[in-house]
Design a binder for this molecule. Structure first.
Ligand SMILES: [Fe+2]
Length: 174
């Protein structure tokens, strides 16, 4: 079975919606593309592009459960025996979520190159599997979540960090 079929089967097993599956497919392609570009500029293979492909597919698997999906995704991947993937999928705005609650934990920020690529790929892909810019993605989130003032504060705080992340990844590609 190829990686995409394997990932989609797992997403379906956990009851993910078609919208989330489509977004995940988009993220997996973008993560793979970023990884191969970075590797092609480096003297040797510095990131595992296949691992990033599968991590992209499965990063939102935790949305099948109640609570913060980022933590749920880590739990599910561990339960499924995909420990290695669970280590790179912590992403999104978890750091800002806790910072605004007065519990700053730098351990929640993406640190390795693989974590950073996945985080950025997630930002580049909207709900319709469309590749968008960081600005467009944030505009979309602000629009869709306009009623959730607390979440908007989190997103606003995260935006400069994501833009900096983009600069860092771009510097490895261009
Ligand atoms: Fe996502």
């Amino acid at each position: 079975m190829d990686l995409e079929a394997f990932g989609i089967k797992l997403l379906k097993k956990h009851g993910l919606s078609e919208t989330i599956i489509n977004h995940s497919i988009g993220v997996s392609h973008i993560a793979y593309e970023l990884a191969t570009k970075i590797n092609s500029k480096a003297a040797e293979e510095i990131v595992d592009s296949k691992k990033l492909y599968l991590a992209g597919l499965l990063h939102d698997i935790g949305k099948s459960r109640e609570g913060m999906h980022e933590f749920n995704s880590v739990d599910i991947l561990k339960e499924e025996g995909l420990e290695e993937l669970s280590e790179i999928i912590m992403h999104g705005f978890v750091y800002e979520h806790f910072k605004l609650k007065g519990r700053e934990d730098k351990g929640l920020l993406p640190k390795t190159l693989e974590q950073k690529i996945l985080c950025l790929a997630d930002m580049y892909c909207d709900q319709n599997q469309k590749k968008v810019s960081i600005g467009e993605r944030f505009d979309d989130i602000f629009e869709r979540c306009s009623n959730d003032k607390d979440f908007l504060k989190v997103v606003e705080l995260a935006k400069p960090r994501i833009l900096k992340l983009e600069e860092e990844i771009n510097s490895l590609i261009n």
